[in-house]
Ligand binder design. Structure first.
Ligand code: 6PG
Length: 478
């Protein structure tokens, strides 16, 4: 038999869903020496992929049956389809074609409760299911994402060599680890995205204060941010901001960012983070404020109308403010970012305890250090903090960050003060500071809240002098 006529060797890995992310992951896997079978319900997508990339180790299959048959056993199939019903319908189609012990991975941004349900379903049928968070966009998927797999440890062991081969690498190791069982991987990815929302909004607020407060244009902001990006504030999102600010519009010659309509979109992971946090009673005000900022931005017509009715202050900056605003913004950005990560980490910790996932926060910081959208220099000391104090209730009180926050807080307060006087909204800077100030307050005014509740609704309260004596009621009218 000639080489040309010999049947192709079985594929070692299957990727279903040839959108940008699926195709990039398939190519990344093939680059690392694995034979990859790919499938998409639109046959033309496979054809396009072959024409565009023509990778010798990536082979498209016309039918799902053929795709599954081509895989060596136990099969390892990664789904990169739209989160939601598409995942369930893919599973329904795959079930009759799979054999016991095969592994199916869902690499989309799925709702973690769906992942928990699917994991149980697959387990009952004798298959493995992993909910795999993947971050890094197209570039990351193609050349090294951060990967957050959750599900049974034995299933992870089967796919680990492939995921380790394609993950991003940093000095701290590969940006993949077994996050935990069940929906742990998708939960962590969801919180990653929540932090991403807050960090992006902090950068937007920084841009706004410096643009409106100091009149800086896109180029001078890009120059300033480039300097910042050489220090503690270094991050992928800051780097992306610099790239965005430098891009010129071909049509007008102006900075392209100035031509972009100020209405932010969203696909839902930030909203999920806030919803879950509310359900679990975990405060995440920085993430919630970032979400509200996007929602408010989408009310463009109302905002334009309101700007004619609700007049703002006619203030200008003092000389001291002009000279220091950029430095205050830099310090506030770092501090508020710490606080944002603190909220996200706390949410993961609470969920991990509730579901028995045993997620290592230090490991999450490590695998977020490269490949993902929220990668930042800050994650190195953050990892250190959770390695030394794994049960920290809040990152803000860690030995590493408490003094840093204390040192940066004066600048942070000044930034918010100046922005507020000028009428420039800084919702995430403000809510993050309020979170820190609340958390560090031994006294909060909720004694009044409790008294009010008891006065109008007989909801009872605890006394300070005998808190363990139970709840009491008073007659507040006499
Ligand atoms: C990532 C990103 C990715 C995507 C977000 C965008 O980690 O690679 O987070 O998942 O960019 O889903 O979310 P929004 O459209 O909601 O901003």
């Amino acid at each position: 038999m000639t080489a040309a006529s010999s049947p192709p060797k079985p594929a070692q890995f299957g990727v279903a869903g040839m959108g940008v992310m699926g195709a990039s992951l398939a190519l990344n896997i093939a680059d690392h020496g694995f034979r990859v079978a790919v499938w998409d319900r639109h046959a033309e997508r496979i054809e396009e992929m072959h024409q565009k990339y023509g990778h010798p180790e990536v082979r498209g299959t016309p039918s799902l049956e053929e795709f599954v048959k081509r895989l060596e056993r136990p099969r390892r199939i990664l789904l990169m389809v739209t989160a939601g019903e598409a995942v369930d319908s893919m599973l329904e189609r795959l079930f009759p074609l799979l054999s016991p012990g095969d592994v199916v991975m869902d690499a989309g941004n799925s709702w973690y409760e769906d992942t928990r349900r699917r994991e149980r379903l697959c387990h009952d049928k004798g298959f493995h299911f992993l909910g795999v968070g993947v971050s890094g966009g197209e570039e990351g998927a193609r050349h090294g994402p951060s990967i957050m797999p959750g599900g049974p440890a034995d299933a992870y062991a089967l796919v680990r060599p492939v995921l380790e081969a394609i993950a991003a690498r940093t000095e701290a190791g590969l940006c993949v680890t077994h996050v935990g069982p069940d929906g742990a991987g998708h939960f962590v990815k969801m919180v990653h995205n929540g932090i991403e929302y807050a960090d992006m909004q902090l950068l937007a607020e920084t841009y706004d204060v410096l643009r409106r407060g100091l009149g800086m244009d896109a180029t001078s902001l890009a120059d300033l941010f480039s300097r910042w990006n050489e220090g503690i504030a270094e991050s992928f999102l800051l780097e992306t901001t610099i790239k965005v600010l430098r891009k010129k519009d071909e049509k007008t010659g102006r900075p392209l960012v100035d031509m972009v309509l100020d209405k932010a979109g969203q696909k839902g992971t930030g909203k999920w983070t806030v919803q879950v946090a509310l359900d679990k009673g975990v405060p995440v005000p920085s993430i919630a404020s970032a979400l509200d900022a996007r929602n408010l931005s989408s009310l463009k017509d109302e905002r334009v109308a309101a700007s004619r009715v609700l007049k703002g202050p006619h203030e200008s900056l003092s000389n001291e403010e002009r000279q220091n605003l950029a430095q205050w913004a830099h310090d506030a950005l770092y501090a508020a970012r710490v606080v944002t990560y603190a909220q996200g980490m706390r949410l993961i910790q609470v969920a991990s305890r509730e579901y028995g996932w045993n997620v290592s926060l230090a490991e999450m910081a490590r695998i977020w250090r490269g490949g993902c959208i929220i990668r930042a220099r800050l994650l190195t000391p953050l990892r250190e903090a959770f390695s030394q104090q794994p049960e920290l209730p809040n990152l803000m009180v860690s030995d590493a960050f408490a003094p840093v926050l204390e040192g940066l807080a004066p600048a942070w307060r000044k930034l918010i003060g100046s922005a507020t006087r000028l009428g420039i909204p800084v919702p995430v800077f403000s809510s993050s500071l309020a979170y820190m100030d609340s958390y560090r307050s031994p006294e909060l005014p909720q004694n009044l809240t409790q008294a009010q509740r008891d006065a109008f609704g007989a909801h009872t309260y605890q006394r300070r002098d005998t808190p363990d004596a139970g709840f009491v009621h008073s007659d507040w009218n006499t």
